[in-house]
Design a protein around this ligand. Structure first.
Ligand code: UD1
Length: 416
């Protein structure tokens, strides 16, 4: 069983280079389905979720060359099925639905089902594709979608959905006529996908706003593209500086994507300064409390909620963390409590009373961002923390143990 072992209490110092963004890479890699010929992607992070999407693309009949860059050619696509075995390990596999339907006129994709952080339905993906003329049936746990020709149409999302907006943008790029996506997600990863589709030859306007307009085209061409830096990894290292009263230079990051996070972290007392290739974060022994409410972008990201909770667990006072995006995203609370944190859950709120010191303990990772919060708590805690089920962290953090170790953390991965 693999575990991460941390002996806490070290101040982190030095430089860390942020990897490519998982949530940008996943839709971008599936968008290659829409093109004919070899696409070349660089700065692709080395993550379990990326391996899953590559396996899925290979399974669909795409060719892949994996070197320094990742090259994908989906010209020979001959399978339209995404099987349960893959989709159950990663919900984002549903991102092949829109492209397959647009390219092959049919798709059979396993329903993802629930996950640790909530029910997470895909009804908005399906009603959007139905608005574009797809016939959709749910049979034997699979979505079966068919469409001779997708036709542009207005789509209204009840709530802004990131992967839903991405699926619809990809499908609409090869549909006939104009699609408007209303109440669309505004996340930077959605904008990045729009930029990629535009490079491929799509006509898209309004990305980054609530209304995205796509005028379909007949053919999309392959591209060369470098994946943008991961804003959640960046935020996680900023919290690492804060929770250890460290001094970290974070390289290869985009500050514009982190306004809400930077503003909250500054309120806690962190000194954050912009530098030529990134930023410098200097932590303070005294961590002030802030209240957090997670929201769709540009609000505070739900993917940073667990990490902020670890920071608030050692802040001087009481804070309230309200999770509005996912209904069950407090799985990390019971584990951080085992390290001495004083946290009470009341519905969608967590009331966090800061304690002077956490103490190391054996804990279990429950989902991707929860595992990041346990690592952060372990860095600040007195004594030894052992984190099991580390495969969760491998889904979304490229080389986190090596990166933290280079910053001076006493952290290692063991397999016994
Ligand atoms: C994406 C991110 C994930 C992040 C989340 C919210 C990827 C691969 N994953 O997930 O890291 O935590 O955005 O920022 O980019 N909803 C519905 N019906 C739908 C779709 C969504 O009710 O058809 C609801 C969800 O249950 C949730 C909310 O909408 O309450 C937002 O979810 P969504 O933006 O779709 O999350 P994902 O795209 O799955």
């Amino acid at each position: 069983m693999e575990r991460i072992i941390i002996n806490g209490g070290r101040r982190l110092r030095g430089e860390v280079r942020i990897s490519g963004a998982k949530n940008a890479a996943l839709p971008i890699l599936t968008s290659s389905i829409l093109t004919e010929g070899w696409n070349t992607f660089s700065n692709v992070p080395n993550l379990r979720d990326i391996h899953t999407i590559k396996t899925l693309l290979l399974d669909l009949g795409a060719e892949i060359e994996d070197g320094k860059d990742l090259r994908i050619n989906a010209s020979g696509l001959n399978n339209h099925e995404a099987l349960y075995a893959l989709v159950k390990t990663m919900r984002a596999s549903v991102l092949v639905l829109g492209p397959l339907l647009a390219k092959l006129g049919k798709a059979r994709v396993s329903l993802p089902g629930g996950c640790a952080i909530g029910a997470r339905p895909i009804n908005l993906h399906l009603s959007g594709l139905a608005a574009l003329g797809a016939n959709i049936e749910l049979r034997n746990g699979y979505v079966e979608a068919k469409a001779r020709h997708l036709k542009g149409a207005p789509v209204f999302f009840d709530v802004p959905t990131v992967t839903g907006t991405e699926n619809l943008m990809m499908a609409a790029s090869l549909a006939e006529g104009i699609t408007t996506l209303n109440n669309a997600a505004r996340e930077p990863e959605v904008v990045e996908l729009a930029n990629v589709l535009k490079k491929m030859g799509a006509n898209i306007k309004g990305e980054g706003t609530e209304i995205i307009t796509i005028e379909g085209t007949k053919v999309l061409k392959p591209i060369i593209h470098s994946i943008m830096p991961d804003r959640i990894e960046t935020g996680t290292f900023m919290v690492a500086a804060g929770i250890t009263a460290g001094d970290i230079r974070v390289r290869n990051c985009n500050l514009n994507h982190l306004d809400s996070v930077i503003s909250k972290l500054r309120e806690t007392g962190l000194k954050i300064t912009e530098e030529s290739d990134g930023l410098r974060v200097v932590g303070n022994k005294l961590i002030r409390t802030v209240d957090i409410k997670t929201m769709p972008y540009p609000g505070f990201p739900t993917d940073m909620q667990a990490q902020m909770m670890a920071l608030m667990a050692v802040a001087s006072g009481t804070s309230v963390i309200l999770e509005t995006v996912f209904e069950n995203r407090f799985m990390h609370v019971s584990e951080i409590r085992r390290m001495g944190a004083d946290i009470r859950i009341d519905g969608r709120s967590a009331i966090v009373k800061g304690v002077r010191k956490l103490s190391g303990a054996p804990v279990m990772a429950t989902d991707l961002r929860a595992s990041a919060s346990l690592i952060l708590a372990g860095l600040a805690a007195k004594g030894r923390t052992e984190i099991s089920r580390v495969y969760h962290i491998d889904r979304g953090y490229d080389g986190i143990v090596e990166k933290l170790s280079n910053l001076g953390a006493d952290i290692q991965r063991v397999n016994d």
